[in-house]
Design a protein around this ligand. Sequence first.
Ligand code: GLU
Length: 427
Amino acid sequence: MAATVYKEPAPLLDRENPLESMMSRFNVAAEILGLDEETYNVLKTPDKQVIVHIPVTMDNGKVRVFEGYRVIHNTILGPSKGGIRYDKNVYLDEVKALAAWMTWKCAVVDIPYGGAKGGIICDPTTMSAGEIERMTRAYTLALKDVFGPDRDIPAPDMGTGPREMAWLMDEFSKTVGMTSSAVVTGKPLVMGGSLGRTEATGRGVMVATLAALEKLGMEPTEVSAAVQGFGNVGSWASKLLFDKGLKIKAISDISGAYWNDNGINIDEAIAYKNAHGGRLEGFAGAVPMDADELLVSDVDVLVPAAVEDVITEHNAPYIKAKLIVEGANGPTAASADPIIYEKGISVVPDILANSGGVTVSYFEWVQNKQGFKWTEQMVTERADRIMTDAFEKVYAVSQKYNISLRIAAYVVAIDKVAQTYKFRGGY
Ligand code: GLU
């Protein structure tokens, strides 16, 4: 039987296009910076977009062809960096937006990387480990001339983790005939992963939240929060905020949302999730609530740490939180920005709030290149300092121009990349 390309149905029609959301913020920041047309055109367009079709023999013996992407947004600051997403709703415009966000993210935290992102349209929850391994290896082989420790360095994203990064590292190493640890980050600890990488994004969210609360004059122990998403980012952010004394009143995952007015014991929630197939369903420490309600629930801090476009012009008017800290990439559609700004809600944007992950990825890469392992204390102290410095820089720019933290973060990032481009020059 002829192989067919596996494609899930198109994304929901009412979902805003993340590339347009990214571009509308980019345009505002470019205007503030007075970016010249030449640089504007260079920065708005991805350098390279690769589409691959990967034949994979499934466990039933049939060959299925998966569509995969790798978008290199740009490499002005250094080799491109960014995760690989396995999800049935992956599409090219989303990967392009995510790649550009990586460029801005790396620039905001001042690490020497450009931006990239990859994805495969697939549903890993319905695939066996063997199928995912074959798909990962085939994707790596198809992109062997794109990836490289000084060229383009992937990492985990939604639907991928250390296991997939190990396969990628092994497959790439075979193609170059030597072990190439620094080609990918987010690897298992035993094979060159960094201490502190697993919790890095959630930890950065915690550091950013505390920094923002301080500016708002709010005491962490008197603050309540709702966290959407209980995957790597959401669960670690919840846990670390809980440890700092915040009352986490709501959490959610794919199975639904859960509320406890007295605060959820996050240690218990994580233990429950780990013992129940990675899901919160049936967790007795909170009562089920409507998943959409979580975003507009009565809390001080809202941490969207799941997917893009969950805060839109439709629910933004009803948000009660005073502070939003974006653990996910692109959780707020551009249409919601003015509503949130008008309401006086502070937003620590994705390209700042979740940059702790790529920061520790950078540390992992440095350790691989040094051939020297850092202690956990070295990793967390350095990562926390980078996050705090980046927050202060963005905050100062927001005060200077009287703009939101989001636009300020774009201004900081675009300014750095544009200045570097000017020094490097074009043709
Ligand atoms: N996927 C993560 C992100 O969106 C991490 C990327 C990386 O570590 O390269 O920031």
